[in-house]
Design a protein around this ligand. Structure first.
Ligand code: GTP
Ligand code: MG
Length: 136
């Protein structure tokens, strides 16, 4: 069965949305295989976001991800990588579809696209790489 890495980002933890986000994952039928709440080191975040290094939003993104605890979840299910991306909605909460985590719970904070509550791996290769980083 397929596995993906889900992160509840610092905005989701600070806004007490862990339960609501995990409820959506569980009611979809996915299994929570492993879970941990902690403040990630910069080295972990740099490895996680290495594809974005050099982009204008990179530093603000890393600083935001360092701003408080993050919930990391190993989630298993049939086609869960694509399925969780669909549950999460598109990157920018301002335009994410209703019914999605970002569309229903995300705030319209203009340029602060990084505050979009969750992360989900975007391919089997990313999932394997990211799960090894966060659950080594
Ligand atoms: P993740 O599931 O978090 O990886 O989101 P994504 O796959 O929808 O987006 P992507 O991997 O392209 O970007 C990673 C993260 O960087 C996003 O979730 C946002 O938090 C942030 N980000 C992406 N694009 C922008 C942008 O144009 N501006 C800002 N401020 N942040 C961005
Ligand atoms: Mg991504």
């Amino acid at each position: 069965v397929e596995e993906t890495l889900v992160l509840v980002k610092p905005d989701g933890v600070a806004r007490n949305l862990i339960g609501e986000i995990l409820r959506r994952i569980e009611t979809k039928g996915y299994q929570l295989v492993d879970i941990k709440l902690f403040e990630p080191e910069r080295s972990l975040l740099a490895a996680h976001y290495e594809e974005h290094e050099g982009k204008p939003f990179y530093e603000p993104l890393i600083e935001f991800m360092e701003s408080g605890p993050v919930l990391a979840v190993r989630v298993a299910g049939n086609r869960v990588i694509e399925g969780f991306r669909s549950l999460a909605g598109t990157t920018d909460p301002s335009t994410a579809a209703p019914g999605t985590i970002r569309g229903d719970l995300g705030r319209d904070w203009g340029l602060k696209v990084q505050q979009n509550l969750v992360h989900g791996s975007d391919s089997p290769e990313s999932a394997a790489r990211e799960l090894a980083l966060w659950f080594s």
